[in-house]
Design a protein around this ligand. Structure first.
Ligand code: SAM
Ligand code: SF4
Length: 339
């Protein structure tokens, strides 16, 4: 390889100060949601005024800049991405980007029954669906307003639509749903889905519970599951922080995302774009760059945008510093973060 090629290829990649290659972008297309999950939002929330949101065209432009800088996977999330009007238009535009290998989405499934085919047609390859309980009352208590039946119909619609492997995400809280982990795994097996258990992260003020009190570690979940299932550790990796286990006689994989008990920052390959255009360099830190300013100050100037993204790598922090005992250091809630 000659010098010129080396310089060019480095310019077209995103590498931070710690040598980590960023090839994964998560885009929060809205901070709004039709649910109010107790770990994610407060009951009363103020949302970003519509005028401050990135337009669908600006979102697509930023997605394009990232793919030209070597990003291969984009996840559309929120808030609830399916409550953003015309989100399928954005998906179609992103789905056509050369260089993008995977367009994926995280959703609460409340709108999936009607929207699953449009998402698939737009090029969404895989989806993650949040599901914390199989008991309608509990489900409502955790989501504050959600209708379990509707979500189950959404999951069924997604299964029929032909996405790649669907994964459930379950945030586990002590004395809320920790006793359901085996049932959730049984459900995943019966529907041929993967499932990941997530430790609650301290983002934003929580008006529902004391986060230290409801903490239920991945190790405890794993040991509860081992009373019922045989878990075989694997080195499989879906490009994220989850550690995976398999079980005999089923394709279902069980993952654990453990921001408290097993820090995963050393392998971080991602950045997040908020719906107002803030590029967040770390889930658990405030370091960010205002890309909305760049796209509005220099309309259509792809080089300026790419330069701003490139420079942002210089401030990507080494990792998060979550502390369940302390007051949250991060004031933004998960819905505004793009979890
Ligand atoms: N509304 C969609 C959903 O619920 O799937 C997408 C956005 S939601 C913020 C993305 C994921 O973040 C969900 O799986 C949710 O369970 C998770 N999440 C929300 N707040 C969290 C928190 N404080 N700690 C850990 N995970 C959280
Ligand atoms: Fe909405 Fe998802 Fe947050 Fe629940 S976790 S309130 S569904 S954004």
């Amino acid at each position: 390889m000659d010098m010129m090629t080396t310089t060019n290829s480095l310019k077209d990649q995103l590498i931070d100060r710690f040598g980590r290659r960023v090839n994964y972008l998560r885009i929060s297309v809205t901070d709004r949601c039709d649910f109010r999950c107790v770990y994610c939002m407060e009951e009363e929330m103020t949302f970003v005024p519509r005028a401050q949101l990135l337009t669908l065209e600006e979102l697509a432009l930023i997605g394009q800049a990232f793919t030209e800088l070597g990003v291969r996977k984009i996840r559309i999330t929120g808030g609830e991405p399916l409550v953003r009007r015309d989100v399928d238009k954005l998906l179609r535009n992103l789905g056509r980007l050369p260089g993008l290998v995977e367009l994926v989405m995280t959703t609460n499934a409340s709108q999936l029954e009607k929207m699953a085919p449009a998402l698939r047609a737009a090029g969404v390859k895989r989806i993650n669906i949040s599901l914390d309980s199989l008991d309608p009352e509990r489900f409502r208590r955790i989501t504050r307003v959600g209708d379990l039946d509707r979500v189950l119909r959404g999951i069924e619609a997604a299964r029929q639509t032909g996405f790649g492997r669907i994964k459930l995400n379950s945030v586990i809280l002590k004395n809320r749903n920790h006793d359901e982990v085996a049932d959730l795994v049984r459900f995943a097996i019966s529907k041929d889905l993967d499932i990941t258990f997530i430790e609650e992260m301290p983002l934003g003020h929580n008006d529902d519970h004391d986060r230290a009190e409801v903490y239920y570690s991945s190790d405890r979940i794993r040991s509860d599951l081992e009373q019922v299932f045989t878990l075989i550790p694997t080195t499989e990796n879906t490009g994220g922080p989850a550690k995976y286990f398999r079980m005999p006689d089923t394709d279902t994989r069980i993952g654990f995302i453990s921001p408290h008990s097993h820090n995963f920052c050393g392998d971080c390959n991602r950045v997040r774009l908020t719906c107002e255009g803030r590029l967040l360099l770390c889930l658990g830190q405030e370091h960010s760059v205002d890309l909305r300013h760049v796209v509005r100050a220099y309309p259509g100037d792809m080089e300026k945008l790419k330069q701003a993204i490139h420079e942002a790598m210089e401030i990507k922090p080494e990792g998060h510093e979550f502390d369940l005992q302390a007051k949250p250091l991060i004031f933004r809630h998960m819905n505004a973060t793009g979890g």
